[in-house]
Design a binder for this molecule. Structure first.
Ligand SMILES: [Ca+2]
Length: 260
């Protein structure tokens, strides 16, 4: 009998103990071997006993406040949204940043006749379609916030941010660079945004030129797109960093435009 026990122990040692001293019978889950070591049906990081292990630490990305608790996105932003690329998100109460961002083209399509006021600058936002409280974010909801701001007061420009309800993946204010009558488009190049999915694009058009990071003049038009067919996940290859003269132009987001 003693000989049999010894033989079993040796067999178990070679079969199950090569990763360390813990054995399955000891009820210790090894957190990185892909095996349910303690037999509770939970493998590696899915097992609560692995929670404190470094290998199971959540990946919050890289930003000054990544991993810190938050209630609004502003809690996660280091200086201001224009300086954080990508803009760190506040999700599940924790600041997180995607390490990757791209600078795709945004193109306003079906542009209305703005006269007598002509747009001189545009602000473009990539906004998560899931609000911080988990509710759905739609173009109509963003429009309600934007419309609630004074359209003639550019100080109200950041009403969407200060509402505290949303997560921005990216934001940029750009001069109106190109009006193409032939296909009725307004082109805005190089709007930085995080890679990822679950977003809509909101644009405002302003009567004055870009003033530093901000627009100027009153808001005279807007555009929004939330249709999933046009908003497939943003991926790294949407940017073209290796093409010097064409950086950021590998993907074009088309946004229908309306007068306010
Ligand atoms: Ca395991």
């Amino acid at each position: 009998m003693r000989q049999l026990s010894t033989a079993l122990c040796v067999a178990m040692f070679f079969a199950g103990c090569s990763g360390g001293p813990a054995t399955s019978d000891a009820g210790v889950e090894l957190c990185d071997d892909g095996v349910d070591n303690n037999g509770n049906g939970l493998i590696d990081c899915a097992d609560p006993s692995c929670e404190a292990q470094v290998v199971c630490a959540p990946d919050y990305g890289s930003c000054e406040k990544c991993g810190q608790a938050c209630t609004v996105q502003a809690d996660c932003v280091e200086r201001d949204v224009f300086r954080d690329q990508p803009v760190p998100l506040c999700t599940a109460g924790v600041c997180r940043a995607n390490a990757e961002y791209v600078r795709p083209n945004v193109v306003g399509v079906n542009v209305p006749v703005f006269a007598p006021r002509i747009p001189r600058s545009a602000s473009v936002r990539f906004i998560k379609k899931t609000a911080l409280d988990g509710s759905a974010v739609t173009c109509a909801r963003i429009k309600a916030v934007a419309d609630g701001a004074d359209p003639e007061n550019v100080e109200d420009f950041d009403a969407i941010e200060t509402s505290g309800a949303f997560n921005l993946m990216g934001i940029d204010v750009t001069p109106i660079q190109q009006w193409t009558a032939a296909d009725n488009t307004l082109r805005m190049r190089w709007v930085p945004t995080q890679t990822g999915s679950d977003y809509l694009i909101w644009m405002d058009f302003w009567g004055g030129p870009r003033n530093g990071d901000y627009p100027s003049g009153g808001r005279i038009g807007h555009g929004c797109v939330e249709d999933s067919a046009r908003l497939t996940p943003v991926v790294e290859s949407d940017s073209c960093p290796t093409v010097q003269s064409d950086a950021g132009m590998c993907r074009e987001f088309q946004v229908p435009i309306n007068l306010d």
